[in-house]
Design a protein around this ligand. Sequence first.
Ligand SMILES: [Zn+2]
Length: 312
Amino acid sequence: MATIPGKMTAAQKVADLGLQFPEDIQWNLDTMFPKLKGMGIKREIKQKHAMIQKLHAQLADTLYPDEEIQYVGKGVQVKFSEQYFLGIWAHVINQTVFVLTNVRLLMFHTNTKGKPHHSIWMVYYSQIVKFKKSPFFGSMVMKLKDKNKFVFSGFKGPDRKRMPKILAEMNEQYSALDFDPEVTQSREKLCTVCKQVVPKDVYKCNNCGQAYWKPSEIALRSLIFPSWGDWIMGHRGLAIAEVFGYVMTWIVIIALVMSPEMEITIAAGFGAVILIMAHLFDAILTRAIAQKGLTPRQPLVRYEKVNVAGEA
Ligand SMILES: [Zn+2]
């Protein structure tokens, strides 16, 4: 890109701030930071830089050779049922970093600090029917070709403005090239180990052999012991909170049975109903959460990435 004399480039600005973006990845700093002056710009660039540092290894491993990063932003997937039943925990388990490249949209599941978990998704731009601001609470709505709809909150103001723009431009480039790759679902799941697509309803990677838990298997464990499924999925904080709630449930039931004011058979019956509900409820919720991403079975497959660029 030709630079206008006297006008600062994003690369200069980044250098001025003493920041370095990892050289093993290609960055389009101009699309990542289109605004270089004004309130909060320094902080914005520093925050994005920190976000990338945490994601770096995972990202470098996922990108194709020559794939270039156009934009990075972090949001939280919002699902009414999870918000309602899990409260603050829904926020904790749904952190997602969006990485817009010149080829596709990559989504990384992270913890609240931006450290990646195991789930990675990929969406080709041709699969995105709509991505725009919702009139409610500044959230973003993403509608996909296969009718799936995702709502994200937590994106910063500039992200909410720039991401739809970049997506629209990418979509145009796709159309111009007549590029519409085949998919098994609009939002494909990527293998945790080799980063290749693991097709819809498949729980073993064809490429590297890594095996994954089926959502029904995870749900069954939560049915047997509430919180077990969340533990498997790596939602440790949530699992501990659930164990705590479960122990409280038992204390209430024991108190009921011991109470002299209630007939023991009625108390026991009542307790049994509460318990069954607790187990069932946890299993249903766990299954819904498990369906979203891939949960690797241990041990992880050892996989050496082949240098595709070198073959050409
Ligand atoms: Zn794999």
